[in-house]
Design a protein around this ligand. Structure first.
Ligand SMILES: C[S@@+](CC[C@H](N)C(=O)[O-])C[C@H]1O[C@@H](n2cnc3c(N)ncnc32)[C@H](O)[C@@H]1O
Length: 243
């Protein structure tokens, strides 16, 4: 695989062999941290997509198919694509239902029909693009495959080391306009700290408490320097829509 798409630490191939959510979220998960992140991501996506019923939905960097069941609810056809064969095999094994299609590809040229995806979703993928030129190229690919009224929704970690502006600039330059930008979770926050102290046995009741705490935290300035996970929602700029 191209090195420019590998994360720091373990490779995507190595991560694909980890248990459950550890393969696609924090590989060194503590306690119920990944369960909480999973719930927060799904709630944020659900909130943006609620009420939409469309034809084709693309999950860019689908990993082991964590979001496939949720996303398939909004579209007639779900397409999950990923650069790592081991991730795609795991996704195929767990999510083998009709109207779900999984492909492995080169990470650059999206293998679906031009102008055909009504919604493109991507979670924790673009932040691993090391070169701004690759980010700009993939934003152009998103535009090429998105339908006239297509929207594009992604969640990425931003902060001092990862400037959110680079995501916005790349997508503006490609022909998208930002409609919504919201914090969904704060790293190194009280809820993250509390998560690490919780005994797995009691996870269900704690998840409710932690979700509430997270909702409060995202609305206040951070107490310490931290990173944030933000949801970005873009639509096509009209002049790029084919008549
Ligand atoms: C942190 S995981 C997230 C997986 C999934 N989106 C989720 O949230 O469960 C990142 C995934 O992005 C994939 N990936 C990395 N670079 C990619 C690229 N250029 N194109 C498509 N997928 C890529 C990796 O193989 C990995 O499966």
């Amino acid at each position: 695989m191209h090195n420019e798409f590998q994360p720091n630490g373990q490779t995507w191939e190595e991560r694909a062999t980890l248990d459950g959510l550890n393969s696609v979220l924090d590989p060194s998960n503590i306690s119920i941290k990944n369960n909480l992140i999973d719930i927060i991501h799904k709630a944020a996506i659900q909130n943006v997509l609620k009420g939409k019923k469309i034809d084709n939905i693309l999950d860019f960097g689908c990993g082991t198919g964590r979001l496939a069941n949720l996303l398939a609810n909004f579209g007639n056809n779900y397409y999950g694509i990923d650069i790592t064969p081991e991730m795609v095999s795991a996704a195929k094994k767990y999510i083998s239902q009709p109207r779900r299609h999984f492909f492995c590809f080169d990470g650059k040229t999206i293998p679906v029909e031009i102008n055909n995806m009504d919604i493109i979703v991507s979670v924790l993928v673009l932040q691993h693009f090391k070169k701004v030129s690759d980010l700009k190229d993939i934003a152009k690919e998103f535009l090429r495959v998105s339908s006239n009224n297509g929207i594009c929704v992604y969640i990425e970690q931003v902060g001092k080391k990862r400037d959110e502006k680079k995501f916005i600039d790349a997508f503006n330059e490609a022909g998208f306009t930002l409609c919504e930008l919201k914090t969904v979770r704060r790293g190194r926050s009280i809820s993250s700290w509390l998560t690490s102290k919780i005994n797995n046995q009691e996870s269900t009741k704690w998840i409710t408490v932690l979700k509430m705490l997270n909702n409060i935290e995202v609305n206040f300035p951070p107490l310490t320097e931290t990173y944030e996970e933000k949801i970005f929602v873009f639509k096509r700029i009209d002049k790029y829509c084919l008549k």
